[in-house]
Design a protein around this ligand. Structure first.
Ligand code: ATP
Length: 315
């Protein structure tokens, strides 16, 4: 305990020893800050564990541990860094998992992530079979809001799917898994692709690959299964380019229209399908994310009860 009249010199270390609201002391993180709990899941070169700070207020986090040797051997350094850099760039949006700190030791890299207590959206689709329209709108609106923020910051996720959409304690969406994301430079954002790609390949805006994924997610939420399924990747790709999918009976009209407009394949053969036909696929001509956001699926409230759509849905 400090006595009255303690000199100023004694104050600094004492202040430094007080855990802050995040439950940690000082600026440097290490495994000593946390008590390890259950393993939440394993990726191809990482393990994610539920941890609690050893200091009050005993905050919970998800600690992603990446094995350095394995990353080097498998040449995955690029993905690991992209994940860190995009999460840093996207800090501050409630729909994107927060990366609190990173640190390392001789063997591992550590990412201290916001803990998404309710796990993957896929788990809930499997559990309930499918969602009703109100719940689907609740989730998709949040995903779209996070995607809008991402794109504004020049990040294209490129692997949006129910496995990569986590849910917190209040069932709020937290998008994760930015290992295959693309981070555009600020001057490239207006083009929606890197300058190399635009010059060498004449590439269209690649933001719209995330809109296509949004169409698949909406289909899956309401149908309980993804639109394109096949025994092999090749057969699935064939189905995707031929737009071979079927809505189950009773699929809500507005949702059906949105899915159809998002799943239009950006064909390389312009006479087959106009590459800009996809909803959101042509930002420079007024068909950007605003066009997706103003689709009747998001704006019509006719079949929604009086509660605000942002309220967590009852399943
Ligand atoms: P891969 O690296 O092969 O793409 P992955 O992305 O699933 O796989 P990780 O990021 O290591 O790999 O995640 C492993 C599992 O841990 C995930 O499937 C997820 O269920 C769980 N998980 C990841 N991050 C969190 C988090 N912040 N909160 C709760 N659970 C999480």
């Amino acid at each position: 305990a400090r006595r009255a009249g303690d000199g100023g010199a004694a104050k600094a270390p004492l202040i430094g020893m007080t855990p802050n609201a995040m439950g940690v002391v000082g600026n440097r993180r290490s495994t000593e800050d946390f008590e390890f709990g259950e393993v939440l899941g394993e990726g191809s070169y990482s393990t994610v564990t539920h941890v609690t700070t050893v200091h009050p207020p005993y905050r919970e986090y998800a600690l992603k541990v990446l094995d350095k040797e394995h990353i080097k051997r498998e040449r995955k350094t690029k993905y690991v860094l992209i994940e860190r850099d995009t999460l840093k760039t996207l800090d501050g949006h409630p729909g994107i998992i927060k990366l609190w700190w990173t640190f390392q030791d001789e063997w591992s890299l550590y990412y201290v992530l916001e803990f998404a207590e309710n796990g993957e959206l896929l788990h809930w689709i499997k559990k309930y079979g499918s969602f009703d329209l109100r719940s689907a709108r609740y989730y998709l609106s949040q995903i779209l809001s996070a995607v809008a923020f991402m794109h504004e910051k020049g990040v294209i996720h490129r692997d949006l799917k129910p496995e990569n959409i986590l849910l917190d304690r209040s069932m709020r969406v937290k998008i994760t898994d930015f290992g295959t994301a693309k981070l555009l430079k600020q001057e490239e954002v207006a083009f929606g692709a890197s300058l190399d790609e635009i010059l060498s390949e004449g590439k269209e805006s690649s933001f719209s690959s995330d809109f296509w994924a949004l169409g698949c997610i909406l289909f899956q939420l309401l149908a309980g299964r993804p639109p394109f399924q096949a025994r092999t990747e090749y057969l699935m790709f064939q189905k995707i380019i031929k737009l071979e999918y079927e809505f189950p009976l009773g699929f809500p009209t507005d949702a059906k229209d949105l899915v159809e407009k998002l799943l239009i394949e950006l064909s390389n053969v312009p006479q087959v399908v106009d590459p800009k036909a996809r909803l959101g696929g042509d930002p420079s001509n007024g068909n950007g994310i605003e066009a997706v956001q103003s689709h009747p699926f998001f704006t019509s409230r006719i079949d929604v009860d009086a509660r605000p759509p942002a309220a967590p849905p009852k399943h």
